[in-house]
Design a protein around this ligand. Sequence first.
Ligand code: ZN
Length: 135
Amino acid sequence: MVLISVQTKGHYDFIDITKKVEKIVIDSKIKEGIALVFVKGSTAAMTTMEYESGLIGDLKNVFEKLAPEKADYQHHLRWGDHNGAAHIKSAIIGTDLAIPIENGKLILGQWQQIVLIDFDERPRQREIIVKVIKS
Ligand code: ZN
């Protein structure tokens, strides 16, 4: 298990971690298998996408329509916090990816990056766990 530590700003912070995961796969010397990528926490998400500013803006708009940050959520009454929208997006998108490895390299599309999205209402220090599993 290898940890990637990332400082985020919250509020829809998109961070491309592809190079970091690629380096972990190379260092593992595993030629065939799976890279499991998991972000610890319930207000962030892991996904793949084309990492460019237009699509980041489009996704922010869609996510904001889905669960607006300023809306009321039952979760806020439970704990007195205000990140209900972030929990919803994290639960829907998910917090993990399983990426195949062939010939010592991740199999990704040309325009497909591995991206952490932090939806929380404040900056966070995020831990992403990467497990390279031989098959
Ligand atoms: Zn919460």
